[in-house]
Write a protein that binds this ligand. Structure first.
Ligand code: CP
Length: 354
């Protein structure tokens, strides 16, 4: 193969690789399928040995250029539950500190042999750029203000677990919309699943133009709260604010914080969500965060199953299959059989050792 053909072959391989860069890349059927596969991984997580060999021999790299607790740990847990090998990259102890570029970093990691790279970066578009440089699958774990697709999937999964279908449900996204990748991803997934989204924020924390967004907008949280099925609070992202966009945090909390009195105005059965990390006492009162109607730790727990479903679909049997409902239905059986064989293997080793 001459060098031009070799380059073409590499480009073709790259273009055929499955990535998860944005919720906008998924149609409703693909979202529904990922949520169905998530059901299976929730069930796997309840087993005595919550591990399946689906990605044995595969390597997943965590490439986090920005801080994370939930996303990073849940991707690592998900990869390990699928029996993948994992590599973790920490900017603070890497050669990025000596000036190595993102491209050289990704090519260095790829030379070690990887199948997927989970990328978080403070700049929008970096995961998409990395997808052009690597033949591995790229999963966006949050890029700047742009997208956080696995957060959106776990949020949709959690909301549906409580409300059933999201068709016609009313969801308020409250707070710092302007700087929020979670807001952008969640508006897309909630509306794709049939919900009506209302943004509640001061004008300074909204993007300059909302004409292309399928949302309603309000500055009156007290009026919106009794009408919604979900009150989704966003973190005040002080690290992304380059100017004083609210007079003070105290004034912000007085107008837009979910205080106990405001939470009492919500309808029976309505839920409170937050992607974390929370600023207790700012966007959400500490007592409200600990109410049974606040499903914040459930969101975190579902994050492992959703990320397992994403890795399995991009790298596992899902990659060779068409995205049919029949495939999703078969996943459950396949994983049951696989776990049983792992369990049998581990029991056999335990017997040999005694
Ligand atoms: N929700 C979220 O992305 O949290 P982390 O920044 O801790 O990953």
């Amino acid at each position: 193969m001459n060098s031009l053909n070799a380059q073409e072959a590499r480009d073709k391989d790259r273009s055929q690789r499955a990535h998860l860069l944005s919720i906008a890349d998924l149609d409703r059927d693909e979202i529904e399928e990922l949520l169905r596969v998530t059901d299976t991984f929730v069930e796997v997580g309840r087993r005595p040995i919550p591990k399946v060999p689906a990605l044995r021999g595969r390597t997943v790299v965590m490439l986090f250029f920005e801080d994370s607790t939930r996303t990073r740990l849940s991707f690592e847990t998900a990869a390990k539950r699928l029996s993948a090998d994992t590599m973790s990259f920490s900017v603070s102890s890497s050669s990025v500190n000596k000036g190595e570029s993102v491209r050289d970093t990704i090519e260095t990691i790829e030379a070690m042999g990887i199948d997927a790279v989970v990328v978080r970066h403070k700049s929008s578009g970096v995961p998409a750029q990395i997808a052009r440089w690597t033949s591995a699958s790229v999963i966006n774990a949050g890029d700047g203000w742009h997208q956080h697709p696995t957060q959106a999937l776990l949020d949709a999964y959690t909301a549906r677990a409580h409300l059933g279908s999201l068709e016609g449900r009313r969801i308020a996204l409250v707070g710092d919309i302007k700087h929020s990748r979670v807001a952008r991803s969640n508006i897309e997934i909630f509306t794709a699943l049939g919900a009506q989204v209302t943004l509640v924020a001061p004008r300074t924390l909204l993007p300059a133009s909302l004409s292309a967004w399928p949302v309603q907008v309000s500055q009156d949280l007290d009026a919106v709260l009794p009408t919604v099925d979900v009150c989704y609070l966003l973190r005040m992202q002080q690290e992304r604010m380059t100017e004083a966009l609210v007079p003070s945090l105290r004034e912000y909390t007085a107008t837009y914080g979910l205080t106990s009195a405001r939470a009492d105005r919500m309808a029976e059965g309505a839920i409170i969500m937050h992607p974390g990390p929370m600023n207790r006492g700012v966007e959400i009162a500490s007592e409200v965060a600990d109410r049974p109607s606040a499903v914040i730790t459930e969101q975190v727990a579902n994050g492992v199953a959703v990320r397992s479903a994403v890795l399995f679909t991009l790298l596992g049997a899902g990659r060779q299959q068409s995205s049919s409902a029949a495939y999703a239905a078969n996943v459950s059986n396949e994983l049951s059989i696989q776990t049983d064989s792992v369990l049998a293997e581990e029991l056999a080793h335990a017997e040999e050792a005694t």
